[in-house]
Structures are given as structure tokens and as C-alpha cells.
Ligand binder design. Structure first.
Ligand code: BJ8
Length: 430
């Protein structure tokens, strides 16, 4: 029997009717997509529980953290250094949303042809659906794509708590200097917010926590290179999605426990799909909860997703921070360096992303690459053409998908994906 959180949601000013509708849709989708999978690892029970409490237990924990005077920092992008938030005893919550709710509300403030991810974070707030955004003390935006940059101006008018980090467009020396200064400026902002200075020991401890989380996610990613794959792409995607808002220490423990179970499965040759099933890499725009559409179609068609070259995936954990530093200045420098290794399509040039796709395709023994871009996401739509060339050079079949959060195109996507998988099975390169 689940606890009744109505009073808490009401206290946060949520629209109870809209909110009940959202939780109902989410719960149905979860049952249909997740709980119907076969051969799920037992370790996924924790993540099922986290989703069943998506606006419950974790929100309560954050309430408790606030009572202890800890600051809650909401983010929308991988470039925001989590280590710095933890170093002032803050709580870092990723706020991107993957559902088409509140879009109508959002369109009163931003154009219709804005990407679904931006519409969703605006819409969730405007329709009174997100307890997390209400609990935040600071919302951190960033100058990545044009849509986000401009949306944050409007979001600040609505929430009055947006702080924007400037991200350079290029990774040359000037860009790096700009970014180092931005990391220091963000640290100062957090110190001011929390009313405390970042101590070296705190920064080192925070760096270790975040690195351990990355290592656990790397471990999960490596396990997906086995055939048969010991875990479905849907489940691995969920773990990655949860990484953005769960308590980082508990999350790391649970991912490592899951990986231990997967180790055993690998040794016994147990998988979620037949050995030899087509192995797909999804590459492109991020997929926030509950955006499970493409994975569900691919895996429902008999293939297995073995990796996500995405911010909800490899771009989030691919590089560790060098946490061997002995002064605050050195720590800041290393943090800035680590975050500059993220290969977002907002950078030009962004050749490192292509190199990463080649490496991933080899390591995960990929049979096909599906490039996924959210409609109106110009950076990833543009880069899809370069990714296609890379796939062609490697002799890997390639499919480019452009979609949003709606379910209207499911039939059409299913037809295209099934045809693509058939081509993989026949060994045709497109
Ligand atoms: S580091 S991918 S999280 S910016 S989907 S809002 S890019 S139009 S989310 Fe991103 Fe940071 Fe880059 Fe990752 Fe714009 Fe595209 Fe929308 Fe996007």
C-alpha cells in the first residue's frame, strides 16, 4: 500500500488534478513497457521502486534535506559540475522531463517549434506537475543550444531562481579559459547560496562520490558488451535516467549490486534476448524519464539496445574526474578539464563525439546505429549526417530518426525500425 503524499504535493502548490493524471499515465506506461519484460534482473526491483515513488519518497528526502538547511540545485545539462553542489552539502537534481505534458502551457511562452525537452521542463512547471522544481533553491541553466539559452530567460521570469553558466562554443584555449572562470564563478555562487566556503576535503569527498557513481555506470555499460546481453536497453536506460535524481551514494551501491548479478548472468550465458540478436546503439539527443519510446520499439521488435551515446548514457559517465588534487585551485582546474571532455553537439567542431561513436560501436559489438534526434533539436539533427558517414565507413547499418514525445508516430517508427532490423539481419548496409 503506497503512502498518500497528497498533503505534501498540495503544500508544494502542485495542480493535484493534473498531477494525478500524470502519475496515472506514468504508472500505466511503466507496467506496459517495463514490467512486461522477460528475464529481468532481480536488481531492477530497486529501480522499479524508485519509479513507483518518483514524486513520493525522494521528494520527502529532499524536504528533509531542506530542513537540515541543505540547498537544492536543479540542473538541465551535463556541464553543470555535480561535485561543486555536493561540496557545499547541496543536493543536485536533474530536471529534464521526457513527457508531452504541459506543452500547451509552455507554448504560451515559447514558440511551438521548440524541442520537446525544453517544452517539457517549462510545461511541467507551468502545469504544476513537478515537485522537484518547487523545492529547488537554484535552477542552473547553461548556454548550450539557442532554444535552451533563450528559454532560461523566460524561465527566470517565471521562477526567479535561474542562474546561467556560460558554456563556450569551441574547445580551444580561449574556450577553456572562459570555462575555467565559469566553473569558479559557479563555485562562488554555490558558496553564497549555502553560506559556506568550499573546503578542500569536502571537494575531494564530493569528487569521490560522483566518480564512484560514474564507475558503477561504466561497469554497467561494459557488461552490455556481452552476447547475449545480460540486461535490456530499457532497463539500462532507466538506471541512467534515475542517476540524475537519486541519492548518489545509495544509487551507486544499487548499480553495483545489479552489476554483480549481471556478472553471474554473463558467466552462465543468461541474457534478455537470444544470443545473436541484433545489437543496436542509440546515439543523439538525451532521453529523460519517461521517454522510453524508441527503446521500447527496438526491443519489442526483437533487437537489443546495447548502448546510448547520449547525455542520458555514455556522455554522462564516459570520463572520470582526476580526483588526485591537493589544492582547491587544482581541484577546480581538474573539474573544468573533466567537464570539457563532454561531447555535446552544441560544440563546433565536435569530432570527439564521432571518435567516441566508433569506439563504442566496436566495444559493444554493434550491428546497427539508430541516430535519435528530438524534433527541432538542430545540433543533433545536423550532426546526424556526420554520424551516418562514420557508420558507413565502419560498414554499420544506420537509421536516422527525428521524433518528439508524442505517441502519434509510434506506428510509423515501428515500421521503419522493423525494416531497419530486417536489413541488419540480411546484412544490408544503408
Ligand atoms: S550536454 S545534449 S544535456 S545541452 S534536445 S535542449 S540540445 S534542442 S539537451 Fe543537452 Fe547539455 Fe548538450 Fe547534453 Fe537543445 Fe537539442 Fe533540445 Fe537539448
Amino acid at each position: 500500500m503506497q503512502k498518500d503524499y497528497t498533503n505534501m504535493w498540495e503544500g508544494l502548490g502542485l495542480n493535484l488534478e493534473n498531477h494525478a493524471g500524470l502519475l496515472g499515465v506514468l504508472s500505466d506506461a511503466y507496467k506496459n513497457i517495463y514490467l512486461s519484460q522477460r528475464e529481468r534482473p532481480k536488481g531492477m526491483e530497486y529501480f522499479d521502486f524508485v519509479i513507483s515513488e518518483i514524486h513520493g519518497l525522494r521528494v520527502e528526502e529532499i524536504f528533509e534535506a531542506k530542513k537540515e538547511k541543505r540547498k537544492i540545485v536543479g540542473t538541465f545539462c551535463l556541464y553543470v559540475p555535480e561535485e561543486l553542489v555536493l561540496a557545499v552539502d547541496g543536493v543536485c537534481i536533474g530536471l529534464c522531463a521526457g513527457a508531452e505534458v504541459g506543452a500547451e502551457e509552455a507554448e504560451k511562452f515559447i514558440p511551438r517549434n521548440t524541442c520537446a525537452l525544453i517544452k517539457a521542463f517549462m510545461g511541467f512547471k507551468l502545469a504544476g506537475l513537478c515537485p522537484y522544481v518547487e523545492l529547488t533553491d537554484l535552477l542552473v541553466g547553461e548556454t548550450t543550444c539557442d532554444g535552451k539559452k533563450k528559454a532560461y530567460e523566460i524561465f527566470n521570469e517565471i521562477t526567479k531562481k535561474v542562474y546561467v553558466m556560460e558554456i563556450p562554443n569551441k574547445k580551444g584555449e580561449d574556450g577553456k579559459i572562459l570555462w575555467q572562470n565559469e566553473v569558479r564563478r559557479f563555485a562562488e555562487k554555490l558558496e553564497e547560496l549555502a553560506g559556506k566556503k568550499i573546503a578542500l576535503e569536502k571537494l575531494k569527498a564530493a569528487s569521490k562520490i560522483v566518480n564512484e557513481k560514474r564507475k558503477a555506470l561504466q561497469r554497467l555499460s561494459f557488461l552490455r558488451s556481452y552476447d547475449p546481453a545480460p540486461i535490456s536497453g530499457l532497463d539500462a536506460l532507466l538506471v541512467n535516467q534515475v542517476s540524475f535524481y537519486d541519492d548518489p551514494i545509495r544509487f551507486t551501491t544499487k548499480v553495483n549490486e545489479l552489476c554483480e548479478e549481471l556478472d553471474t548472468r554473463v558467466k552462465s550465458g543468461i541474457g534478455v534476448a537470444e544470443k545473436g540478436s541484433p545489437r543496436v546503439l542509440i546515439s543523439g539527443s538525451p532521453m529523460a524519464i519517461p521517454n522510453w519510446k524508441v527503446h521500447a520499439i527496438v526491443e519489442g521488435s526483437g533487437a537489443v539496445v546495447v548502448g546510448e551515446e547520449s547525455c542520458v548514457g555514455e556522455r554522462n559517465f564516459g570520463t572520470l574526474l582526476d580526483d588526485d588534487f591537493s589544492s582547491l585551485e587544482e581541484g577546480m582546474q581538474k573539474i573544468a578539464d573533466r567537464y570539457m571532455t563532454i561531447n555535446c553537439a552544441c560544440f563546433t567542431p565536435n569530432e570527439e563525439r564521432l571518435t567516441n561513436i566508433i569506439d563504442l560501436s566496436r566495444r559493444l559489438k554493434v550491428d546497427g546505429i539508430i541516430h535519435y534526434a528530438i524534433q527541432f533539436c538542430t545540433p543533433y539533427l545536423m550532426e546526424a549526417f556526420k554520424v551516418k558517414k562514420v557508420a558507413e565507413t565502419m560498414g554499420i547499418p544506420f537509421l536516422r530518426i527525428e521524433t518528439d514525445y508524442s505517441m502519434e508516430d509510434i506506428g510509423q517508427l515501428k515500421t521503419r525500425i522493423e525494416a531497419f532490423l530486417e536489413m541488419i539481419e540480411k546484412g544490408v548496409i544503408v
